[in-house]
Design a protein around this ligand. Structure first.
Ligand code: MG
Length: 204
């Protein structure tokens, strides 16, 4: 199992991070030790002073594929949920300035919280027309729609599968809309996918 994360896939989020709009999908990976499942609490690690949430649609891959053509890509997705791509923003800024890889700021233990998967059949509109929201302590912090992604789901799957064989059970985080921000001890994060609660997480 691998966790592939798309970066910089919503224009408004790129603006808030003052990045440039990419000409091809940007992605990185997290190891299996990054998984945080079953709504377990998230403990802020001691190596960061600016830990951010990023709420993202997560795809689960349902069959093996390599060099997948965009027109067949949706048949490789068997379930959807939301995830939090927890990010040590201070370390990420250091990495970006120095041109270094992102593992220390993105791939640490428990940095990939993943909610309850719902079968794709529950979403006849398909993964490119999904509305989602995240509330922190009851207040809306992020509201997104996958229609606003720069690279849609078939493009992401096709692109990533040029480099990596996709396997059953792999996960793809598809990027975050604007509204990312810091978490503090005691925060309660709750995310809904088309109004259905699929992920919550208490910060400790
Ligand atoms: Mg992200």
């Amino acid at each position: 199992m691998k966790i592939i994360c798309i970066g910089q896939n919503y224009r408004e989020h790129i603006k808030e991070l003052k990045s440039a709009v990419p000409t091809a999908p940007v992605f990185f990976c997290k190891p299996d030790t990054a998984l945080l499942l079953r709504n377990r609490p998230f403990y802020i690690p001691d190596f960061t002073h600016n830990l951010h949430y990023e709420t993202e649609l997560v795809l689960r891959i349902g069959k093996v594929g390599k060099n997948i053509a965009p027109k067949f890509a949706l048949s490789y997705v068997d379930a959807l949920t939301l995830g939090f791509d927890f990010t040590a923003r201070d370390l990420q800024e250091d990495c970006r300035k120095a041109g270094l890889p992102w593992e220390v700021c993105k791939a640490f233990d428990n940095s990939a919280a993943i909610g309850e998967f719902l079968p794709v059949g529950d979403f006849p509109q398909g993964p490119d027309h999904i509305h989602f929201e995240m509330k922190c302590n009851g207040e809306i912090r992020q509201r997104g729609n996958t229609e606003d992604m720069i690279f849609n789901v078939p493009t992401l799957i096709s692109y990533v599968s040029r480099f990596f064989t996709l396997r059953t059970g792999d996960y793809i985080f598809t990027g975050t809309p604007p509204g990312v921000g810091p978490v503090a001890i005691g925060d309660k994060l709750e995310a809904t996918l088309e109004g259905r609660p699929v992920l919550h997480c208490e910060v400790k």
